[in-house]
Design a protein around this ligand. Sequence first.
Ligand code: PHE
Length: 348
Amino acid sequence: MEYASHPAFAEAQKLLDNIHQTQLNDAEKLEQFRIAVLGSKGQLKNLFARLREIPPAERKVFGQLLNTVKQEAEKKYQQAKATLEAARSSSQQHIPDLSMPGDPIETGARHPVSIVRKNIIQIFSRIGFTLADGPEIEDDWHNFSALNFPPDHPARDMQDTFFLSENQNWLLRTHTSTVQVRVMENQKPPIRVICPGRVYRNETISARAHCYFHQVEGLYVDKNVSFADLKQTLLYFSREFFGKDTRIRLRPSYFPFTEPSAELDVSCFICGGQGCAVCKNSGWVEILGCGMVDPQVLENCGINSDVYTGFAFGMGIERIAMLKYQIKDIRIFSDNDIRFLKQFAGAW
Ligand code: PHE
């Protein structure tokens, strides 16, 4: 086209292209654009000044082109300015007060019963004990009869039972010795298991007793298992759990399913045996019941008592946890009070 021969046309067209392509994404570029394109000494002004040079026949077209360039430049400028302002004000609104305290992220904590149970399991698993499990709803055989509690024997009164049926055959297990029976019925010696689990007793709830709590029972049956093995195993456990200077003592006791039976005391790990509130000034704290598995119990479970002997022990997890953490009231374990539970965060 003839009129397009004047170089100002090409310059105006180039400016229009630049306007379309340029990115005005910060305040500095926007201001530079305003000065360079729209300013009083800017490119547009300059092009308008050249209108005189254009041959009259082409002037109208050139003027139209310049008007388009100007409109586009202004549009570009206004749009970019609005975008930048919107971004600035929205980011200003959302800048938080960095000195404000954050929302705490609560982390859960293991229950102290879980912590102590895990410690006990770990200690025994290091010497070859494996885990065994059994149901909480039991029959008379597994909770009593197989364990040498004859019907109407006063020993049944040692454990106030929640019966689930009129004939008293179904009940909530009162101890985890039930699992001892189940394991012996189903496995051949050598047997070396520990059985953690929840047990139930129909007792008046107080600071010292609850109607449900947790036990860990241990059982070892093999040829030539002796009372010395029991004593050494318990010494090992006591030192691992309560500290390497712990001493133990066994006092004669009675359980229908062990003969002889004993209670295990450990030297008080708070005062070292000097006497304090935890050991009630005796220097010793009782932690579990134990004994040699009564041969009749082995026979009840299908194990030849002429060939095999065994020992068993059982402890209350809450009792151990109360000693370890000096907790005075067993009810707190089942209160679900977050202030209590939180104190065990990180203790796993
Ligand atoms: N089952 C007994 C109780 O609940 C504890 C125990 C287990 C005692 C194993 C001796 C051997 O009191």
